[in-house]
Design a protein around this ligand. Structure first.
Ligand SMILES: Nc1ncnc2c1ncn2[C@@H]1O[C@H](COP(=O)(O)OP(=O)(O)OP(=O)(O)O)[C@@H](O)[C@H]1O
Length: 247
């Protein structure tokens, strides 16, 4: 589904955080939203999911965004897993909430498939607080993909991982996303992550920003992260990001 955000304005306390922000993400596109801490990245997700009052017009295809009618999946930085539920129960939870009943056979199969693809099938009966950070992150990704969302939002979902685990997590995310492509907002403060995963970039600054092409958009997702450092356009973009964050 195409995401269209027009004139989105949101206030925290008495402070305007998003100021007339407009952008679009094509169906099955991945937009990386970049900004340093405190620029309003989480506020953007809270406004889209209607957890924070906002003004503006936000649509999926032609319909105004409404979590009651569309499936919006968020992977937060702390993964948001319920510690008193097993891994399998955590992955299945949004399906149960949206269906108000037990999972049917097809849903069971979808949950099992996603867990197997993300390498967490053998953790099904474990509890989240007994897992490593990388394992918890995969459970959160599985929970998001299992619900076949209309819009996927990742809020610094890779930030807490160490470099080795992170590289593996990117690969798993890419393979899962390619199996189940979905319109995605990837919120991050990491330019390399934005370049590695985004089709396009939006650099948030004072609550506003323009979508710009990812200079690596034509490089396959699977090798892009390795290639990033060789592109002169990436060095220019890095300078632009650093300059805007210092203002
Ligand atoms: N509950 C709140 N009440 C008042 N102000 C808030 C609240 N939550 C966030 N803010 C302020 O709103 C601004 C944007 O916060 P937000 O969490 O959206 O930024 P962010 O880019 O996601 O940052 P981070 O990467 O640190 O999570 C910040 O100035 C923050 O201090």
């Amino acid at each position: 589904m195409k995401l269209t955000v027009a004139g989105l304005t949101a206030v925290r306390g008495d402070q305007p955080v998003l100021a007339d922000l407009s952008f679009a993400v094509p169906d099955r596109g991945i937009l990386a939203v970049l900004g340093p801490s405190g620029t309003g990245k989480t506020t953007l997700i809270d406004a889209l999911t209607r957890q924070l009052p906002s003004t503006g017009d936000c649509r999926l295809d032609d319909a105004p965004i409404d979590p009651r009618h569309q499936h919006l999946a968020v992977v937060p930085q702390d993964y948001g897993l319920l510690p008193w539920r097993t891994v399998a129960q955590n992955v299945a939870l949004p399906l149960k909430v949206s269906q108000h009943h037990r999972l049917d056979a097809a849903q069971h199969q979808a949950v099992a498939q996603v867990m197997a693809a993300l390498g967490i099938a053998e953790l099904a009966k474990r509890y989240p607080n007994r897992l490593s950070g990388g394992q918890q992150q995969r459970v959160a990704l599985a929970r998001a993909f299992a619900q076949a969302p209309d819009l996927l939002m990742l809020d610094e979902a890779f930030s807490a991982l160490d470099p080795v685990v992170k590289a593996r997590a990117y690969q798993l995310f890419i393979s899962q996303w390619q199996a189940r492509p979905v319109t995605t907002l990837l919120i991050t403060h990491d330019l390399e992550e934005a370049l590695a995963l985004g089709d396009a970039l939006l650099i948030l600054h004072h609550g506003q920003g323009q979508v710009q092409a990812n200079p690596l958009a034509k490089v396959p997702l699977t090798t892009r992260r390795e290639d990033a450092r060789y592109y002169p356009a990436v060095a220019a973009l890095r300078q632009e990001v650093e300059a805007s964050w210092q203002e």
